[in-house]
Design a protein around this ligand. Structure first.
Ligand code: G16
Ligand code: MG
Length: 214
């Protein structure tokens, strides 16, 4: 039986994945190279610093840790500019409705995001009140595919991992959920999120019944 749902944020509830992509590409371009949307899949769900290290590798560029810190700050400033005016209408299809359906059925709700900007986004899109627990990038030591972010969420909700479903758009996040002994629903492409227990195109396709059939 499923008693809790743990949501990833970027790419699941809100369409912020595109802003991360734009900001990282701007940085790469400034450093004299580019990367593709396919490369970008590898950045989803991993931390800011890890993303930057991977991008620098792609560009064949070496930087000191001080420079890495400055570059990640620069990307984050651009990202914050892009999300400054984010509106509830940038919630992905079905997000608010599915959160409401879970609430109506007494299923606990947690956030499990790698982002350090998660709370800002929950506030601006008016969905923070749905969450019984919020775990974000400021609270974890190890990032996805490590299960830490979801295990902390389950603990805060006081629900066993086996009774949790994670909803994720990233390969790293699907792996994290499975490593934590949780069920996982992928949002996006079946070919990419092969390991998920179920893959749907968006939360608009989700219903409570599907949770218990996993
Ligand atoms: C998100 C994105 C990642 C991003 C990470 C850190 O995680 O998917 O691409 O690198 O947050 O974001 P920030 O720079 O805002 O701390 P999630 O777990 O919500 O998908
Ligand atoms: Mg995501």
């Amino acid at each position: 039986e499923i008693n809790a749902c743990l949501f990833d944020l970027d790419g699941v509830l809100v369409d912020t994945a595109i802003y991360h992509y734009k900001a990282w590409r701007r940085l790469a371009n400034e450093l004299g190279f580019d990367f593709t949307e396919k490369d970008n899949e590898k950045l989803k769900g991993i931390s800011r610093i890890q993303s930057l290290k991977l991008i620098l590798e792609w560009g064949g560029i070496k930087k000191t840790s001080k420079e890495i810190e400055e570059l990640s700050q620069k990307k984050n400033d651009w990202y914050l500019e892009m999300i400054a005016d984010i509106q509830p209408n940038e919630l992905l299809p079905g997000s608010r409705e599915f959160l409401q359906e879970l609430k109506d059925h007494g299923i606990k709700i947690a956030l499990g995001s790698a982002s350090k900007n998660a709370i800002i986004i929950l506030d601006k899109t008016n969905i923070r009140h749905f969450f019984d627990a919020i775990v974000d990038g400021n609270m974890v030591q190890a990032s996805k595919p490590d299960p830490e972010v979801f295990l902390i969420g389950a603990k805060l909700l006081n629900i066993q991992p086996q009774q949790c479903v994670v909803i994720e758009d990233a390969v790293a996040g699907v792996e994290a959920a499975l490593a934590g002994n949780m069920k996982v629903i992928g949002i996006g492409d079946k070919g990419v999120l092969k390991e998920a227990n179920l893959v749907v195109a968006s939360l608009a396709e989700m219903s409570i019944d599907q949770l218990n059939s996993l």
